[in-house]
Write a protein that binds this ligand. Structure first.
Ligand code: THU
Length: 131
């Protein structure tokens, strides 16, 4: 399995492809699935602003489109001093494809000077899961 720092490097590299003319805040994400495959994503903004999609969601959607369903690691990188943390919507999207034990979905957050390792159980406590 790829290391956290290697995955974060992939997220950082792909952030160059972000389409963010409105926020000018490029974000990159790299998602690892239970079979070890990796999908990348960037934020894709739109002139009609609610249509913009975060990098995490793009990466997840790319993997789901290939048939993946169980996410085990996701790295997110943005050009901030410390780390970027995923929005609430992206946490809920991660939950949709998380292992039963949410602590098994490792989340790697990164910025210019920091890397932080966390997991979905910590990022999304008391989550609404399914009905
Ligand atoms: N953004 C992400 O792609 N991921 C995050 O974790 C935080 C925010 C994007 C959304 C929008 O395109 C831009 O960053 C500014 O909010």
């Amino acid at each position: 399995m790829i290391s956290a720092s290697e995955l974060l490097d992939m997220a950082k590299a792909v952030a160059e492809n972000a389409h963010c003319p409105y926020s000018k805040f490029p974000v990159g994400a790299a998602a690892v699935w239970d079979d070890g495959t990796i999908d990348l994503g960037v934020n894709v903004e739109n002139a009609a602003s609610p249509l913009g999609v975060c990098a995490e969601r793009t990466a997840v959607a790319n993997g789901v489109s290939r048939g993946e369903r169980v996410l085990v690691m996701i790295a997110v990188w943005a050009d901030v001093e410390q780390v970027v943390t995923p929005c609430g919507g992206c946490r809920q999207v991660m939950l949709e494809f998380a292992p039963d034990d949410l602590a098994e979905l490792q989340v790697i957050l990164g910025g210019r000077d920091q890397m932080r390792l966390t997991n979905l159980a910590l990022l999304l406590p008391d989550a609404f899961r399914s009905y």
